[in-house]
Every structure is written in structure tokens, then in C-alpha cells.
Design a protein around this ligand. Structure first.
Ligand SMILES: [Zn+2]
Length: 307
């Protein structure tokens, strides 16, 4: 029998592990969080709910804070825990330790709207450059005394993106393989489509009772999880198809393709942030299609392979 899921004022409790839903989830800078309620409390991605985490911090029981990757929306309340031990995957450590590194991981253009937006968020959210006391690799166990929490390295969204397998509870936390209708997000220099696809395949094979991601207030049971995961995975293929379809009318450069709305709809491209994301994700598809010999590039223009 699966362990029952209990609703709490701020989320869902499974065993001693509380999943805290992001308030203001429509904004980019909040994600779901996890609190492992043991004598030494472990917090994952503190950001979901300021008043709740302020209360948790005031009890002085939080020993460890884990960030599942370097993105700001997963660590916007790290500063509430100045005495905790901080952990992350070793590959995301540089971007957590230094905001300059963060920007290099994020965008090749230091003057882009995305970089400007990140700078604004960073200064408004009190995210200080901080220490990392312990780095993780895949397959490590977290220092949690009561329950076994295994680290799963799931790169692609970022190089050091991790999920967590709560073994006895049969719960898999998949962080930003987030199953949202928008589909997968890989608009960072450090993101990688093939790694993302491998990570998706890896979680597909893990059979547990519950699946939870970092966006959306949902505990998925296996059937719904697989349905959502299929749709989420399909987005990669659909984006490729839209590019190939577009090139049927002749060669185009990156900017011309981006105007047509491959990842975001053309109607959404009034948002300068989405324009930046679209350019970065599109470029990754184009590089990959060239590598697969489905398209060729000459003089910055892409066209269908003749073979
Ligand atoms: Zn993220």
C-alpha cells in the first residue's frame, strides 16, 4: 500500500517529508521546496513560501540546505539559513559560488535582456554569494538520519541538476524536469538537449508511488506521471519538426527562424525574456540537427540537407 499523502496548509506531507508548493508560482523566481522534518531538518530549494520558511528558520533546527541546481528560483530563500551546511552537485557549484559564473553559464551575450533581468532579480532578492560545504555526485545519499534520500544526477536543464529518490517513501522528486505544459526549458549556455533526454529516460524507468516536480502543485501517481512525461518529451521532437517545416520554404538564419515561433508562440515574443530563451533553445536544436545531418549551415543560413 502506498504511504498516504496528507494535505498541509502549504503543501503535501508524505511520511516526514513535506513538499511545499510555490506561492506566486507564475513568476520565474519561486519553485516548490522540500522540508524533511527530522530532529536535524533538511531543506531542499528554499524559495516556495517566505512566511513558512521564515518560521522554519526561526526554530533553528535546519542543519542542511540542498539546492537541486544553480537557478535563482531554487535558492531565493537560502539567506534565511546562514548557519546551515549547503550542498549542491559539483558541476553546478561554480554558478552558485559566483554570480559572474552564473551569467556565463546562462547567456553568451553579456548585454542580453536575460542577463539584465538576472541582474535585477539578483539584486532584489538578497541572494548573496555563499559557501558550499559539500558537493554531491550522482548516487550519493544525503546526510539524513531517519530516511534514505538518494541523489540522482539528471543533467540537461543544467549540468549539475539533480533529482531525489526517497527510497522508503517511494517518492521521486524530479525538480526542473517539471512536466509543465510549456515543455522542457534549456535556454542556458550550460543546458544540453541530449543530456536532458537521457535524464528523462532515466526517470521514466524508476517505478515509485509518487512523482513530484518543482513547478505545479501536484503529486503525480504513476499513470498520470507517464502521460505528462510523454507529452513533455514530445516537445523536443515537435520543436525539431517545426524547424524542418520552416526550412522547406528556403534557407533561414537563426533570427528569421526565431521570429516564426518555434519554441514560444510568435504572439509571446513581445516579451524580451522569451525572445532570449527562444534564441538559445533554437540554436541548440539547430546545432543538433546539423550534427544529425538533417540540415546544413552555410553563411549563417540553415537549409534542409539534400540527401
Ligand atoms: Zn531551473
Amino acid at each position: 500500500m502506498p504511504i498516504p499523502v496528507q494535505e498541509t496548509p502549504q503543501g503535501a506531507l508524505i511520511g516526514d517529508v513535506e513538499f511545499v508548493w510555490a506561492k506566486n508560482a507564475k513568476e520565474f523566481f519561486f519553485s516548490n521546496s522540500i522540508v524533511v522534518h527530522e530532529a536535524d531538518v533538511l531543506v531542499v530549494d528554499p524559495s516556495a513560501n517566505f512566511s513558512f520558511f521564515e518560521k522554519i528558520a526561526s526554530q533553528n533546527k535546519v542543519q542542511t540546505v540542498l539546492n537541486t541546481h544553480y537557478h535563482i528560483d531554487h535558492r531565493s530563500l537560502n539567506h534565511l539559513f546562514p548557519h546551515a551546511r549547503f550542498m549542491c552537485h559539483e558541476l553546478d557549484k561554480p554558478a552558485i559560488l559566483s554570480f559572474d559564473n552564473y551569467l556565463k553559464y546562462a547567456d553568451p551575450n553579456p548585454d542580453s535582456s536575460y542577463v539584465m533581468w538576472l541582474k535585477g532579480i539578483y539584486s532584489s532578492l538578497e541572494i548573496q554569494e555563499q559557501s558550499i560545504h559539500q558537493t554531491l555526485k550522482g548516487e550519493d545519499y544525503l546526510p539524513s538520519k531517519g530516511i534514505k534520500i538518494k541523489v540522482l544526477h539528471l543533467p540537461g536543464h543544467t549540468p549539475g541538476h539533480i533529482g531525489l529518490l526517497f527510497e522508503e517513501l517511494k517518492v521521486l522528486y524530479i525538480s526542473d524536469i517539471d512536466l509543465t505544459p510549456m515543455g522542457p526549458w534549456y535556454a542556458n549556455v550550460s543546458s544540453d538537449i541530449d543530456q536532458f533526454l537521457d535524464s528523462i529516460q532515466r526517470i521514466r524507468d524508476i517505478k515509485v508511488d509518487y512523482y513530484i516536480s518543482s513547478h505545479g502543485e501536484r503529486v503525480y501517481e504513476p499513470e498520470k506521471f507517464l502521460e505528462k512525461l510523454d507529452r513533455f518529451t514530445e516537445a523536443f521532437r515537435k520543436r525539431d519538426e517545426r524547424i524542418l517545416e520552416n526550412l522547406q520554404t528556403g534557407a533561414k538564419n537563426l533570427e528569421e527562424l526565431a521570429e516564426t515561433g518555434i519554441i514560444y508562440k510568435a504572439s509571446q515574443l513581445g516579451d524580451p525574456l522569451k525572445r532570449c530563451f527562444q534564441l538559445q533553445m533554437l540554436q541548440k536544436h539547430l546545432d543538433r540537427l546539423v550534427e544529425q545531418k538533417k540540415i546544413v549551415v552555410a553563411d549563417r543560413h540553415y537549409s534542409l540537407s539534400s540527401s
